[in-house]
Design a protein around this ligand. Structure first.
Ligand code: KG4
Ligand code: ZN
Length: 333
């Protein structure tokens, strides 16, 4: 019955979670609101806030799980990829905790953790499955052969899907982070009101910079003709942008599933919270006869439960890290 403490601090969420024998008993997430004023995450500020939040987040996670510090068998932490200053806070905390309590350390890849969030709960995908991982920093189609055997078969050549959402929302004058706001306003609009281009990229790779520029020019030209254009059409703009981003993602996913002949299909990462994408994948999955796996909202955006569950599976394999381990801003799958 291993008790794993999971720590996540790769970007702007400080999170701690307790996993007991593969069951998540707590998942505390401290969001950083300080970045809203700057329209994006300020790395220097993010690491300072992680420093303030990490100890209370861990204390709360232990309290919620009704677990004492002395019950913990191993400390799992996000090693990368992410902002180096942010990662350093979680890695240093995990190392200090493990040293003080003489516990093994387990290093976790953040992108693998997003995918392994599907192993929280009863309904788990079967290997091999395909996972569309879409976050603020990544857009990938991953062939998941086993818990820690994953191959990226397609990825973005420029911007991530979440970045395209966030930049669109910035153009529209909405606050950061924009993805959830695009989602909110999209619910009030017509997704077929405006058509944005679908890039023709070979293979399973993506590109979002052309779409972003097309959205920018579209809004700029319309605002020049009518200064109230955004206000009057916000729902339609958001719904059309959301639909285009979702169809770009889903069209590639469909082709990958056909080529690899795989029918267990999962969604992961912060953008998997998006209503249009969730609905689009559910519909496509029903048409294609796929088993579709969509994470619960609390496991979509950055959280430590996904790190703790990944840590549990590494613990079972007996794969531990030493005290010399350091974070990696860039970390391959
Ligand atoms: O995985 P995540 O929490 O952090 C990274 O590792 O990047 O993903 C954050 C991204 C942001 O771009 C945010 O705008 C987007 O996920 N996001 C959404 C929604 N919720 C979060 N995008 C669209 N619709 C949402 N509901
Ligand atoms: Zn993430």
């Amino acid at each position: 019955m291993p008790v794993i403490l999971g720590i996540e601090s790769s970007c702007d969420e400080t999170s701690a979670s307790v996993c007991v024998d593969g069951q998540i008993l707590s998942n505390v997430i401290a969001n950083q609101t300080i970045h809203e004023a700057y329209g994006g995450v300020v790395p220097e500020l993010a690491s300072r806030v992680h420093q303030q939040n990490i100890v209370p987040a861990v204390q709360q996670a232990l309290l919620n799980a009704k677990v004492s510090k002395n019950d913990i068998d191993a400390v799992a932490f996000t090693r990368g990829p992410g902002l180096l200053g942010s990662l350093l806070v979680g890695v240093s905390f995990a190392k200090a905790f493990a040293l003080a309590k003489n516990l093994p350390l387990i290093d976790i890849n953040h992108m693998q953790a997003h995918i392994l969030a599907h192993f929280i709960g009863e309904n788990k995908p079967s290997f091999p499955f395909l996972c569309l991982t879409v976050s603020g920093g990544h857009t990938q189609i991953v062939l998941v052969k086993d818990y820690f055997d994953m191959e990226v078969i397609g990825q973005t050549l420029d911007d991530a899907a979440g970045e395209a959402m966030d930049k669109t929302s910035k153009i529209l004058g909405l606050p950061y982070p924009g993805g959830p706001l695009i989602d909110k306003h999209a619910r009030t609009g017509n997704p077929d009101a405006y058509k944005f281009p679908e890039p023709q990229i070979p293979g399973f790779d993506f590109s979002f910079s052309g779409v972003k520029t097309a959205i920018l020019y579209f809004i700029r030209d319309n605002v020049a003709a009518n200064p109230n254009f955004i206000k009057e059409n916000l729902g339609d703009i958001c719904a059309s942008v959301e639909k285009r981003i979702a169809t770009i993602l889903l069209n590639k996913l469909k082709r990958a599933a056909e080529q690899y002949n795989i029918t267990d299909i999962a969604l992961a990462g912060g953008v998997s919270a998006n209503t249009g994408l969730r609905e689009g994948l559910t519909k496509l999955g029903a048409e294609q006869g796929w088993n579709v796996f969509i994470p619960k909202f609390e496991y979509c955006t950055d959280n430590a439960a996904m790190v703790a569950i990944a840590g549990y599976y590494k613990y079972l394999k007996g794969e531990f890290a030493g005290q010399e381990i350091a974070p990696l801003a860039r970390m391959p799958m």
